[in-house]
Design a protein around this ligand. Structure first.
Ligand code: AKG
Length: 276
């Protein structure tokens, strides 16, 4: 049975080693990534959102299955949680984006709560980069963190992942049972993973436990993001956020090294709109 390597951020970490494992296996777990104090603030901010959100999705067909009918998914979180915006700007988290997507060359793809409820079945396995099949290449176009806001266990839906599948040929190859493992981890941990690694949410076989994860990935700045932040974050709330959050949430324009400028307002940087 394969497993993911684990690191502990409560002491010094050799990040070179973390990235070497990430390159080899397509992912790594970093325990104690979020401080106890920040975790408590995020849990308090999200609790009311989670309790009022029903499970499932309203779009028929494939997406209902992908989202899970016993799973609550909640987006638009930056408006509700300064603690999440603080984590979004964490230097260690940015280091993953800088390394795999290039500093200044990415933004947030989504920052959504995925709360897997009792009775949920396993999510279909997938590669995150297949959000944009036309853009897939040898390079990473997306990398993600799943932050555990509750403990992730085999029983309550810990992410299923096939370590090393980031190197497998083909769009979506078969995943033999013996190649998979579960990303079990205590609350406050982060699973950092490649857009190429095959994974999916796990089944929740408990009677009464919710597995709450914050699924937060970066994608290249020239890709359309999965989540539409500009429609859920009012300008007056965006104005209270640090500059780095503006870039990551699309409240700044994007200038790739080559090519034109994207996301303009009046053919100028969107930042002008935030000036009061
Ligand atoms: O919730 C999880 O553990 C994984 C979810 C996921 O990969 C997705 O919905 O794209």
């Amino acid at each position: 049975m394969p497993s993911l390597e684990r690191f502990d951020a409560s002491g010094p970490i050799d990040w070179t080693h973390v990235w070497a494992v990430f390159d080899r296996d397509g992912g790594a777990i970093v325990e104690n990534f979020i401080s106890t104090e920040l975790l408590a603030r995020m849990q308090a901010d999200f609790a009311p959102l989670i309790s009022k959100q029903p499970p499932g999705s309203t779009t028929e067909g494939l997406w209902t299955e992908f989202h899970g009918d016993q799973t609550k998914r909640i987006t638009g979180l930056p408006s509700h949680s300064a603690a999440w915006v603080e984590l979004l700007c964490d230097e260690r988290y940015q280091a993953m984006g800088d390394r795999y997507l290039g500093a200044g060359d990415y933004w947030l793809n989504t920052g959504q709560l995925i709360c897997i409820g009792p009775g949920e079945t396993p999510q279909m396995l997938h590669r995150d980069e297949l959000n944009w099949p036309q853009a897939c290449s040898d390079h990473e176009i997306t990398v993600t963190a799943i932050f555990a806001l509750t403990d992730f266990t085999e029983e309550n839906g810990a992410t299923v992942i096939a370590p090393g599948s980031n190197h497998w040929e083909g769009l979506m190859p078969e995943v033999p049972e013996h190649t998979k493992c579960r990303a079990t981890m205590p609350a406050g941990s982060a699973l950092l993973y490649s857009g190429k690694v095959i994974h999916g949410g796990g089944a929740n076989v408990t009677d009464d436990q919710w597995r709450v994860g914050l699924h937060a990935g970066f994608c290249k700045g020239w890709l359309r993001a999965e989540e539409n932040f500009q429609l859920t974050i009012p300008l007056e709330v965006a104005r209270t956020m640090p500059d780095r959050a503006h870039y990551l949430l699309g409240f700044r324009s994007y200038s790739p090294e080559f090519g034109g400028r994207l996301g303009l307002v009046d053919y100028d940087d969107a930042a002008n709109l935030l000036k009061s």
